[in-house]
Structure formats: structure tokens, C-alpha cells
Design a protein around this ligand. Structure first.
Ligand code: SF4
Ligand code: SF4
Length: 363
């Protein structure tokens, strides 16, 4: 296992992290604990969860798993999150998380899921920063972090907030253009940077061809090679601290650990060349570059096209609507505001039929 600095906190974290949102059998505690121990023995020391994962069951099982790690002298850091903004609600939530996790302090506590800069301002107006600082003074949390689905300049703006010591955001081989700018601020402000959805949810294992551009000559384009290549691509981003994988079973942990064992870093120039070459693997897919996001009707086109990607890659319309609702907090009706002016299609780097896709989404 390789380790990197988590920003300026002095903590060294494993490049591969354990995400607690995908346990295959959450009610089988022995199995979940076994997975956590297996990961820690492989060198993983960053364990992320949230009260919302499996309706608090993930934190509960983490409590038992972390106790076992302590018993076996396996080192770890634990990260969790809160959606709350009011001091009293945050206190209630942090106390409940500490109890479930069975730890005296949370290493990395996240202001969870900032959906827009307005949403961030609303939370700030409720004194969330002061509340988090108090929790830190009281040693209930060790570091103040934020997680978000913001993109492009907005994510960069959010991350300049001086109180943050670490950030958590989605980034993967198939949509890296959406949030590349985040890494500039991460470097400038020396922040810990944790990546969620490194496999695009499960899109990359289900569609290995998305990672064809990362494979070596002669390498077979299959699930295993795509997953390994996708993780290694992320680790090539030097400001990144942890790529967080939501594991369902021990086999998935082994595959990711194998990616680590066989990891040979690219140089900056090699990484840039690989990115340059990427679009040939993405025919018909929105890469999130946002060149189209200047719609006179103010339709957030790249977000709608990201949701439409789910139809292509998962072959199920429901995934479009889930992505809109849970990831982007958008209603499908907004797509109906399109006047078919065509400006976005002219701008689209992937030459997508955006108008047709919007019409499909709005029904
Ligand atoms: S075609 Fe529709 S979505 Fe595209 S820029 Fe014009 S109004 Fe906006
Ligand atoms: S629709 Fe086209 S221009 Fe817009 S974000 Fe996607 S790939 Fe980029």
C-alpha cells in the first residue's frame, strides 16, 4: 500500500480507501467486519461512512469493525458526515455517530453534500463553520471537511473556504473533465483530497470500454483490467490523497489491492497525454466538460446529459431520474424549457444530440 499526506493535517492516508455505502450484506455483521479487517490488513487505513448509508446501519457496523481493528492493532482513520446545519441538530447527529462508531472522536467530519453555492451560503448563514470549529475545540472531531457534487468553477470556489482541511468529491476516468479544476485549489490550499465514485458508481465495471483509453497495448478490455486502470489513473493525480471504493465483498477489495500492488505511476506528461486521448473511448457519452453550459434558458445541460449517460450505460430510464434527483437535485421538467435554439449542440465537444435527449428526459 502507498500512503500520501492528507493535506496539512500531518496524517498519512492510504491511496485506497474503504467506502461504507455498498456492503453486500449489511445485516451480516460478521461478514462486514471481516471485510474491514481484510482491507486493513491490506494496508487500507481510511474508512468512510455516513449516517445515511443503509439508514445508519453502515455506521453501526463500522463501530464493530473499528473495535476489531483496535483489537488487532490495525491503524485506521474514520470519516463521516452530516447534512444538518443548525448547531443543536449537528450536535445530536455527531453524538449519535460517535456512539454508533464507538470512538471518542471522528477524524474527518464532513459538511455533507453541498449541492450549490446558494446551499453553502444558507448553511454558512446558520453558523455551520462556528459549530464545526466548536466541535473541533471540544475534540469530538479532528478535522473539518466538506463533500460536494458541485462542478467546474463552483467546486473551485467552494474549496477556497479557509476552514476546510479536506474535501470529498466525485471524480472518475469517464467524467474527469467535470471537476479537474478542484485539484488546482486542493494544491494551492494544501487540502486533503478524497475521491468518491472512482468507478463512476458501478458504471466502469459494467462498461469496461469506458476505460479502453487507459489500457496498455494488447491488454484485454474486461472488467478487472478496467477497474485496475481506472484506479491507477486516479492515483496518477498527485494532489489526490485517497480514492474511496465502496466495496460489496472481499473479492472487490482484492481487485483494488491488486491495482495498488501493480501500480506504476505515470509522469505528469504521460497523464496529460492519456487524458488528451480519452474521448475516443467515450463515443455518445457526455464527459462533463461543460462547454455547453451557456444555455439562454439556464438549463444546466451538462448535469442533464450526465443523467442521460445512465440510460446509455445502464439501459434503464429510472437511473436517469435517480441521478437527477439524488446527485444533482434537479427536476426533469426543467429540461422541457429548451427552446431548441441549438447553441449547445454547436458547442458540444462530443457532438451529442442534446435537444433530443432533453426532450426524452422531460417526457
Ligand atoms: S438548444 Fe435548448 S438546451 Fe440547448 S442552449 Fe438552446 S435552449 Fe438551451
Ligand atoms: S453535453 Fe457535450 S459539451 Fe456539454 S458537458 Fe457533455 S460533452 Fe461537454
Amino acid at each position: 500500500m502507498q500512503y500520501r499526506d492528507y493535506g496539512k493535517t500531518g496524517k498519512k492516508v492510504s491511496l485506497l480507501g474503504f467506502g461504507g455505502m455498498r456492503f453486500g450484506e449489511i445485516d451480516n455483521h460478521d461478514k462486514c467486519i471481516e471485510m474491514m479487517v481484510h482491507a486493513a490488513r491490506g494496508g487500507i487505513n481510511y474508512f468512510d461512512t455516513a449516517p445515511g448509508y443503509f439508514e445508519t446501519k453502515s455506521e453501526t457496523v463500522y463501530g464493530k469493525g473499528l473495535a476489531e481493528l483496535r483489537r488487532q492493532n490495525l491503524p485506521y482513520y474514520v470519516a463521516t458526515k452530516t447534512f444538518q446545519s443548525d448547531e443543536s441538530e449537528i450536535r445530536k447527529e455527531v453524538e449519535a455517530s460517535l456512539k454508533r462508531l464507538d470512538v471518542p472522536a471522528i477524524d474527518f467530519y464532513h459538511i455533507w453534500c453541498i449541492t450549490s453555492l446558494e446551499n453553502w451560503n444558507e448553511r454558512k448563514n446558520k453558523n455551520i463553520i462556528k459549530t464545526f470549529q466548536k466541535l473541533k475545540e471540544e475534540k469530538l472531531i479532528n478535522h473539518i471537511c466538506v463533500s460536494t457534487h458541485l462542478i467546474q468553477n463552483n467546486i473551485a470556489e467552494l474549496f477556497t473556504e479557509p476552514v476546510f482541511e479536506g474535501v470529498l468529491f466525485g471524480y472518475s476516468a469517464y467524467n474527469f473533465k467535470t471537476r479537474e479544476k478542484a485539484f488546482d485549489v486542493v494544491e494551492q490550499n494544501n487540502l486533503g483530497a478524497v475521491i468518491m465514485n472512482p468507478l463512476g458508481g458501478s458504471l466502469i465495471p459494467k462498461n469496461p470500454n469506458l476505460c479502453e483509453f487507459l489500457l496498455k497495448e494488447g491488454e484485454e478490455c474486461n472488467k478487472e483490467n478496467a477497474v485496475k486502470a481506472a484506479l491507477q489513473f486516479l492515483w496518477d493525480h498527485k494532489p489526490l490523497s485517497v480514492a474511496l471504493v465502496g466495496f460489496s465483498n472481499k473479492e472487490e477489495i482484492d481487485l483494488a489491492l491488486n491495482a495498488m500492488d501493480t501500480y506504476k505511476p505515470r509522469t505528469e506528461a504521460e497523464l496529460a497525454a492519456v487524458k488528451e486521448n480519452a474521448s475516443k473511448s467515450f463515443e455518445g457519452i457526455c464527459t462533463g466538460c461543460s462547454y455547453c453550459d451557456d444555455c439562454p434558458q439556464e438549463i444546466p445541460i451538462s448535469k442533464f446529459m450526465d443523467a442521460y449517460n445512465r440510460k446509455i450505460l445502464e439501459n434503464d430510464d429510472q437511473h436517469i431520474y435517480n441521478q437527477l434527483k439524488w446527485h444533482w437535485n434537479l427536476s426533469p421538467e426543467i429540461a422541457g424549457n429548451c427552446t431548441q435554439c441549438g447553441a449547445c449542440e454547436t458547442a458540444c465537444t462530443q457532438h451529442l444530440n442534446i435537444m433530443e435527449r432533453l426532450k426524452y428526459i422531460s417526457g
